[in-house]
Design a protein around this ligand. Structure first.
Ligand SMILES: C[S@@+](CC[C@H](N)C(=O)[O-])C[C@H]1O[C@@H](n2cnc3c(N)ncnc32)[C@H](O)[C@@H]1O
Length: 175
Protein backbone atom coordinates (compact mmCIF):
# COMPACT_ATOMS: atom_id res chain seq x y z
CA UNK A 1 0.00 0.00 0.00
CA UNK A 2 1.39 3.38 -1.00
CA UNK A 3 0.11 6.02 1.40
CA UNK A 4 0.56 9.79 1.10
CA UNK A 5 0.56 11.68 4.39
CA UNK A 6 -0.36 15.24 3.43
CA UNK A 7 0.85 17.89 5.88
CA UNK A 8 2.52 15.13 7.86
CA UNK A 9 4.18 17.40 10.42
CA UNK A 10 6.59 15.61 12.73
CA UNK A 11 4.38 12.53 13.24
CA UNK A 12 4.45 11.05 9.74
CA UNK A 13 2.30 7.94 9.33
CA UNK A 14 4.59 4.88 9.44
CA UNK A 15 5.53 3.65 5.99
CA UNK A 16 3.93 6.58 4.19
CA UNK A 17 5.35 9.27 1.91
CA UNK A 18 5.08 12.53 3.83
CA UNK A 19 4.68 15.97 2.33
CA UNK A 20 4.79 19.27 4.18
CA UNK A 21 6.22 22.72 3.62
CA UNK A 22 7.98 22.83 6.96
CA UNK A 23 11.66 21.88 6.80
CA UNK A 24 11.54 20.76 10.44
CA UNK A 25 8.80 18.23 9.68
CA UNK A 26 9.31 14.53 8.89
CA UNK A 27 8.39 15.14 5.25
CA UNK A 28 10.04 13.15 2.49
CA UNK A 29 9.05 15.83 0.00
CA UNK A 30 8.89 19.52 0.85
CA UNK A 31 6.07 21.22 -1.01
CA UNK A 32 3.44 23.88 -0.61
CA UNK A 33 -0.06 22.37 -0.50
CA UNK A 34 -1.46 25.55 -2.03
CA UNK A 35 0.62 25.09 -5.21
CA UNK A 36 -0.76 22.57 -7.68
CA UNK A 37 -0.09 19.97 -8.87
CA UNK A 38 1.77 18.21 -6.06
CA UNK A 39 4.87 16.44 -7.46
CA UNK A 40 3.36 12.99 -8.05
CA UNK A 41 1.76 11.30 -11.04
CA UNK A 42 -1.99 10.64 -11.26
CA UNK A 43 -3.24 7.73 -9.11
CA UNK A 44 0.18 7.22 -7.48
CA UNK A 45 -1.30 6.26 -4.12
CA UNK A 46 -3.63 3.65 -2.67
CA UNK A 47 -4.43 5.90 0.24
CA UNK A 48 -4.05 9.47 1.41
CA UNK A 49 -4.22 10.94 4.89
CA UNK A 50 -4.76 14.58 5.72
CA UNK A 51 -4.80 14.80 9.49
CA UNK A 52 -5.53 18.29 10.82
CA UNK A 53 -4.48 19.82 7.52
CA UNK A 54 -7.51 20.58 5.31
CA UNK A 55 -8.47 23.48 7.59
CA UNK A 56 -5.09 25.10 6.77
CA UNK A 57 -5.28 25.15 2.98
CA UNK A 58 -6.32 28.16 0.89
CA UNK A 59 -8.83 26.33 -1.30
CA UNK A 60 -10.58 23.24 0.08
CA UNK A 61 -12.29 22.41 -3.23
CA UNK A 62 -9.07 22.56 -5.27
CA UNK A 63 -7.22 20.55 -2.61
CA UNK A 64 -9.88 17.82 -2.68
CA UNK A 65 -9.54 17.73 -6.46
CA UNK A 66 -5.81 17.18 -6.04
CA UNK A 67 -6.43 14.39 -3.54
CA UNK A 68 -8.77 12.84 -6.11
CA UNK A 69 -6.07 13.00 -8.78
CA UNK A 70 -3.42 11.40 -6.58
CA UNK A 71 -5.40 8.44 -5.23
CA UNK A 72 -6.38 5.56 -7.47
CA UNK A 73 -10.09 4.83 -7.95
CA UNK A 74 -11.12 2.49 -5.17
CA UNK A 75 -8.41 3.88 -2.86
CA UNK A 76 -9.06 5.71 0.39
CA UNK A 77 -8.82 9.32 1.51
CA UNK A 78 -8.86 9.90 5.25
CA UNK A 79 -9.43 13.41 6.55
CA UNK A 80 -9.44 14.49 10.17
CA UNK A 81 -10.27 18.06 11.02
CA UNK A 82 -11.79 19.99 13.92
CA UNK A 83 -15.53 20.57 14.04
CA UNK A 84 -16.07 24.32 13.89
CA UNK A 85 -17.61 24.35 17.37
CA UNK A 86 -14.43 23.04 18.97
CA UNK A 87 -12.11 25.43 20.76
CA UNK A 88 -9.25 24.33 18.48
CA UNK A 89 -11.02 25.44 15.32
CA UNK A 90 -10.80 29.16 16.10
CA UNK A 91 -7.86 29.33 18.51
CA UNK A 92 -5.37 28.59 15.72
CA UNK A 93 -5.01 31.67 13.49
CA UNK A 94 -3.50 29.52 10.72
CA UNK A 95 -6.87 27.78 10.23
CA UNK A 96 -8.53 29.17 7.12
CA UNK A 97 -11.68 27.03 7.16
CA UNK A 98 -14.05 26.11 9.95
CA UNK A 99 -15.94 23.03 8.89
CA UNK A 100 -18.85 20.84 9.86
CA UNK A 101 -19.82 17.27 9.05
CA UNK A 102 -21.51 18.34 5.79
CA UNK A 103 -18.62 20.40 4.44
CA UNK A 104 -17.63 17.82 1.80
CA UNK A 105 -21.11 17.22 0.43
CA UNK A 106 -20.40 18.98 -2.89
CA UNK A 107 -18.30 15.93 -3.79
CA UNK A 108 -21.05 13.47 -2.99
CA UNK A 109 -23.55 11.87 -5.31
CA UNK A 110 -26.34 14.34 -4.54
CA UNK A 111 -23.82 17.25 -4.11
CA UNK A 112 -26.53 19.33 -2.39
CA UNK A 113 -27.45 20.99 -5.69
CA UNK A 114 -23.97 22.47 -6.11
CA UNK A 115 -22.45 19.77 -8.31
CA UNK A 116 -21.04 22.41 -10.63
CA UNK A 117 -18.48 23.58 -8.02
CA UNK A 118 -16.31 20.59 -8.91
CA UNK A 119 -16.28 17.70 -11.33
CA UNK A 120 -14.69 15.25 -8.94
CA UNK A 121 -16.75 12.86 -6.86
CA UNK A 122 -16.05 10.90 -3.72
CA UNK A 123 -18.11 8.19 -2.08
CA UNK A 124 -18.46 8.98 1.60
CA UNK A 125 -17.57 5.73 3.33
CA UNK A 126 -17.80 7.02 6.87
CA UNK A 127 -18.09 10.16 8.94
CA UNK A 128 -17.33 9.91 12.63
CA UNK A 129 -17.69 12.71 15.11
CA UNK A 130 -15.93 13.01 18.43
CA UNK A 131 -17.66 15.26 20.93
CA UNK A 132 -16.33 16.80 24.11
CA UNK A 133 -16.06 14.22 26.90
CA UNK A 134 -19.11 15.38 28.85
CA UNK A 135 -21.35 14.99 25.82
CA UNK A 136 -19.80 11.64 24.94
CA UNK A 137 -20.50 10.35 28.46
CA UNK A 138 -24.11 11.57 28.18
CA UNK A 139 -24.58 9.55 24.97
CA UNK A 140 -24.71 12.36 22.40
CA UNK A 141 -21.66 11.07 20.53
CA UNK A 142 -23.35 7.69 20.08
CA UNK A 143 -26.53 9.29 18.75
CA UNK A 144 -24.67 11.60 16.36
CA UNK A 145 -22.64 8.71 14.96
CA UNK A 146 -25.37 6.12 14.71
CA UNK A 147 -28.35 8.10 13.41
CA UNK A 148 -27.90 10.28 10.32
CA UNK A 149 -31.06 12.21 11.11
CA UNK A 150 -29.83 12.97 14.58
CA UNK A 151 -26.50 14.24 13.23
CA UNK A 152 -28.39 16.68 11.01
CA UNK A 153 -30.54 17.78 13.96
CA UNK A 154 -27.41 18.19 16.07
CA UNK A 155 -25.68 20.32 13.41
CA UNK A 156 -28.76 22.53 13.03
CA UNK A 157 -29.96 22.91 16.59
CA UNK A 158 -27.60 21.55 19.24
CA UNK A 159 -23.96 21.91 18.31
CA UNK A 160 -23.44 25.38 19.76
CA UNK A 161 -24.15 23.87 23.19
CA UNK A 162 -23.37 20.18 22.67
CA UNK A 163 -20.08 21.05 21.04
CA UNK A 164 -18.14 18.90 18.62
CA UNK A 165 -14.45 18.18 18.72
CA UNK A 166 -12.96 16.24 15.81
CA UNK A 167 -14.42 14.85 12.58
CA UNK A 168 -13.01 11.78 10.85
CA UNK A 169 -13.99 11.22 7.22
CA UNK A 170 -13.19 8.35 4.94
CA UNK A 171 -13.79 8.79 1.21
CA UNK A 172 -13.33 6.69 -1.88
CA UNK A 173 -12.48 8.64 -5.05
CA UNK A 174 -14.95 7.79 -7.81
CA UNK A 175 -13.72 7.60 -11.42
C1 LIG B 1 -1.74 20.88 12.64
S1 LIG B 1 -0.33 20.30 11.77
C2 LIG B 1 -0.76 18.57 11.56
C3 LIG B 1 0.44 17.71 11.41
C4 LIG B 1 0.17 16.21 11.33
N1 LIG B 1 -0.70 15.87 10.22
C5 LIG B 1 -0.38 15.68 12.62
O1 LIG B 1 -1.53 15.22 12.65
O2 LIG B 1 0.33 15.72 13.63
C6 LIG B 1 -0.58 20.97 10.12
C7 LIG B 1 0.58 20.65 9.19
O3 LIG B 1 0.24 21.10 7.88
C8 LIG B 1 1.35 21.76 7.33
N2 LIG B 1 0.86 22.76 6.37
C9 LIG B 1 -0.08 23.71 6.58
N3 LIG B 1 -0.26 24.44 5.47
C10 LIG B 1 0.58 23.93 4.53
C11 LIG B 1 0.88 24.25 3.19
N4 LIG B 1 0.24 25.26 2.54
N5 LIG B 1 1.78 23.52 2.53
C12 LIG B 1 2.42 22.51 3.13
N6 LIG B 1 2.21 22.15 4.41
C13 LIG B 1 1.30 22.85 5.10
C14 LIG B 1 2.07 22.41 8.50
O4 LIG B 1 3.42 22.65 8.21
C15 LIG B 1 1.87 21.35 9.59
O5 LIG B 1 2.91 20.42 9.63
Amino acid sequence: MRILDVGCGVKKYAGSVGIDRNLASAADVICDLDCFPYPFADHSFDGLRAIHVIEHVQDVIRTMEEFHRLVRPGGRVRIETPHYTDFSSFCDPTHRSHLNSYSFRYFGEDHAGFGYYSNVRFREISVRLKLLNLWRWLGFEFLVNHFRGFRKFWEHYLCFVVRGKVMEFEFEPLP
